[in-house]
Design a protein around this ligand. Structure first.
Ligand SMILES: Cc1ncc(COP(=O)(O)O)c(C=O)c1O
Length: 465
């Protein structure tokens, strides 16, 4: 089967990213563009258009318009996902040799840019739920304790990255966290990949966006949490700690020389769509409907986990001794395609289109799942064995230059990793280059079956010392 044939495959329910639900919730103007004259929209960087980092053209005008609406200094569209813009943002905060503070649930794109730019990540741990096996949102006191830790050498910290909301939708009160970092004179980048729509949908009990909280830099993934095409994103800049020109330069540095005009139009239309009153009313209705779905499923005794994002429906499979990976296979087989399986849960993304029949199908499949899958009575999440603060023993970038060899996971114990171990989704690294692989880490990986692969057959590169 060709790729293009597969792209037309129909599923019973597509409950994954991108959130436009296979076109149903794309902005009307954008649908018109796609339909009218297929392919005509694929243009090079003509002078009238420009590009995200250019100082002229329609793209610049559109970016300036959105920045003004939200009282930001500037913003830039991105065509290499939130990943690309997060990486440009990090280069705008830290120089080679600098340290950045990052939480343990950081996205892999941050580690990749640290590797190529010789920036050293300092990990800080997060609170963990023994019930769901998921990280919990950061509270101000928690961050304060982290920032007061003696291992943190302030003179070398160039900035902090906060992930808010988490993949599953847990959200901190972001304002006090930004304020605390600013009190300590630490620039803040918020990876708000999963929370773009919070900025547009205010006054209905959603978390406050980091754009409103005046973080220095905020990145939105427009395909995960707005109705843009895959790879669309936006970076927002506020304040005077980081210079505008530095960011534009770093966007230019990492961006392709041929940014897709279609993706750039999708960035613009997905944001514009949420600025129009009638559309906003419709989206607010979707959020009300999502809350109703949660309540109704709970009323029908389906075990769900509540987070701060109503569009994420998280099935607590662990409550019935079923791991999220087996549940994912079951739902996939029935055409009900989820976004994120984890040890204790399975997350479905409702997206922005109307979810007809969701409740009935879900309830029926859940009942069938309970009869089809044997529960595992000893299923229990174990906290990953991370320390409160962890600094790689060797700067990750240095590991790229040193000789390494491939060994089995068991043989890697006690050695320094030259690889990233990272299940996807959610794309959160468990081990990065420069970290020593400890016995408790390997035992935890095996115990929690985090890597969906035969672990006895799993190889990893370690440094030859
Ligand atoms: C928290 C977080 N940040 C950033 C990204 C990267 O987003 P993108 O896929 O748009 O590059 C992801 C992707 O899963 C993510 O979960």
């Amino acid at each position: 089967m060709s790729i293009s044939t597969f792209l037309r495959k129909k599923f019973l329910k597509s409950l994954f990213f991108p959130s436009h639900n296979r076109g149903k919730a794309l902005p009307k103007n954008f649908i018109k563009l796609l339909e009218e004259d297929p392919g005509c929209w694929d243009l090079p960087e003509l002078p009238e258009l420009g590009s995200p980092s250019a100082s002229f053209g329609l793209i610049k005008q559109s970016q300036d318009n959105f920045a003004e609406i939200f009282n930001m200094n500037s913003c830039w569209f991105g065509v290499n996902g939130a990943s690309g813009l997060i990486q440009s943002a990090i280069l705008s905060i830290a120089k080679p040799g600098d340290y950045i503070l990052i939480p343990r649930n950081i996205h892999i794109c941050v580690i990749k840019i640290c590797l190529v730019a010789n920036i050293v990540p300092i990990f800080f741990d997060l609170e963990f739920s023994e019930v769901t096996g998921q990280y919990l949102p950061i509270k101000r006191e928690w961050l304060n304790n982290i920032l007061d830790n003696n291992l943190i050498k302030y003179e070398k910290i160039a900035g902090i990255v906060l992930v808010n909301p988490h993949y599953q939708g847990y959200s901190s009160e972001i304002g006090p966290l930004v304020e605390l970092c600013h009190l300590k004179k630490i620039p803040v980048l918020v990876d708000e990949a999963h929370g773009s729509y919070f900025l547009f949908c205010e006054g209905i009990g959603l978390p406050v966006s980091a754009v409103r909280a005046k973080a220095d830099l905020v990145v939105h993934s427009l395909h995960k949490s707005l109705n843009g095409l895959t790879q669309t994103a936006i970076l927002w800049h506020h304040g005077d700690i980081i210079e505008n020109d530095t960011i534009a330069r770093n966007i230019n540095l990492l961006q392709t020389t041929s940014p897709s005009s279609l993706l750039l139009a999708s960035c613009e239309e997905s944001i514009q769509d949420w600025l129009e009153n009638d559309n906003l009313k419709k989206y607010k209705m979707r959020i009300t409907e999502a809350r109703f779905i949660f309540e109704e499923l709970t009323r029908r005794e389906i075990p769900l986990i509540k987070t701060d994002d109503p569009l994420k429906i998280i099935l607590n499979t662990g409550a019935y001794g079923i791991d999220g990976f087996s549940a994912d296979e079951f739902f996939y087989k029935h055409g009900f395609i989820a976004e994120l399986p984890e040890i204790m849960s399975l997350t479905f993304c409702l997206g922005f289109s109307k979810q007809k029949d969701f409740i009935e199908i879900f309830v029926n499949l859940w009942k069938k799942l309970l009869t089809d899958i044997k529960p595992n009575k000893i299923l229990k999440p174990i906290k990953p064995p991370f320390q409160s603060i962890q600094i790689p023993e060797i700067p990750p970038a240095e590991c790229l230059l040193r000789n390494s060899c491939k060994v089995t996971l068991m043989e890697s114990i006690g050695k320094i990793s030259a690889d990233i171990i990272c299940p996807y989704p959610p794309g959160i690294p468990l081990v990065i280059p420069g970290e020593r692989i400890k016995k408790d880490m390997v035992e935890w990986l095996i115990e929690q079956r985090i890597i969906k692969q035969d672990l006895l057959d799993f190889y990893i590169n370690v440094l030859i010392t």
